[in-house]
Write a protein that binds this ligand. Structure first.
Ligand code: HEM
Ligand code: NFK
Length: 273
């Protein structure tokens, strides 16, 4: 039996020690649960029952966004280093997370418009439009749009700097073009890239790793589009045609974003196969 202040005892025939044990790692201290579980502060007063769900869902999104950025950055770097298997492996993990993110909408949709209405008026002018990590994912994937940095109101210096860095650094598409160049293809013009993609697609046994990587990028693009489509339908269900708390036209603004594609040349390729 161990010593210390913890609760010691027998469990299933195994000696166990619960407690701090003089600063030894515990589940709660490792995961910083005291801090994590103290971050859900409601705006509504008296508290609206569904606001905890609303905050929790968004915080979970942001945690997964952090993980996605970690994986996409490493995948981009792996492509630049010629480690194609690693780049693909990490993209496949991202796909799995992205599927979960779209499914999470189901949970939020258990909230009715009436119950959302109890605290929605407190949220203005905040909105998902201001999610820095969401925009970082777009920039890193290839959809760089510097106007977002200007249009964001109330960003901290650190957040602005994060976005500026993402605008400067290579995207996943830049890294894929580097992969094509290393394989001997010319990528100087859009036509030469189209040509390279057709050659890769036409000789998959020879270009297996490059083809599969292109497919993994396309999958990431498709899953991001699926999230946008799911989000706008949820928005219509929750607020109809009302303007958004972020100051946009709401669902019609979001509909204008549905055609966004990170890798249009990979999509165009389909018409040539
Ligand atoms: C009740 C649920 C939700 C409603 C009614 C809603 C509504 C909206 C609206 C109206 C906009 C347009 C900007 C504006 O406010 O004017 C927007 C943007 C956005 N929302 Fe939501 N949203 C909901 C849940 C979520 C969740 C769970 C996320 C996850 C992080 C999210 C992320 C975003 C993002 C990233 C944008 C910017 C999209 C873009 O610029 O392409 N939203 N949302
Ligand atoms: N823009 C939403 C409110 C909303 O959903 C929201 C508000 C604050 C922080 C994140 C949000 N999520 C997505 O936009 C609305 O207009 O109802």
């Amino acid at each position: 039996m161990g010593s210390g202040d913890g609760v010691a005892g027998q469990w299933g025939g195994v000696d166990v020690n619960f407690g701090e044990e003089g600063g030894r790692l515990t589940y709660g201290s490792y995961l910083r649960l005291a801090d994590l579980l103290d971050q859900q502060r409601l705006e509504s007063d008296p508290p609206a029952h569904d606001e905890l769900l609303f905050i929790t869902i968004h915080q979970v999104y942001e945690l997964w966004f952090k993980q996605i950025l970690h994986e996409l950055t490493a995948s981009r770097d792996a492509m630049l280093n010629g480690e194609l298997w690693l780049a693909e492996h990490l993209l496949r993990r991202v796909h799995t997370i992205e599927r979960v993110l779209t499914q999470q909408v189901d949970i939020l949709e258990t909230m009715t418009p009436q119950d959302f209405g109890e605290f929605r008026h407190r949220l203005s002018p905040a909105s998902g439009f201001q999610s820095v990590q969401f925009r970082e994912i777009e920039f890193l994937s290839a959809a760089k749009d510097p106007s977002f940095v200007r249009r964001f109101r109330g960003l901290t210096e650190v957040e602005q700097e994060r976005l500026r860095r993402r605008l400067e650094e290579p995207t996943l598409w830049d890294a894929y073009l580097e992969v094509l160049r290393k394989a001997g293809f010319d990528t100087d013009s859009e036509d030469s890239i189209r040509d390279a993609l057709r050659k890769v697609a036409g000789d998959r046994s020879h270009y297996a790793a490059i083809w599969e990587l292109g497919e993994a990028l396309l999958q990431h693009d498709e899953l991001a589009a699926a999230w946008r489509a799911r989000h706008v339908v949820m928005v219509e269900r929750m607020i109809g045609t009302k303007p958004g708390t972020g100051g946009s036209s709401g669902a019609s603004y979001l509909r204008s974003r549905l055609d966004l594609r990170y890798y249009p040349l990979l999509w165009n390729l389909r018409s040539a196969l």
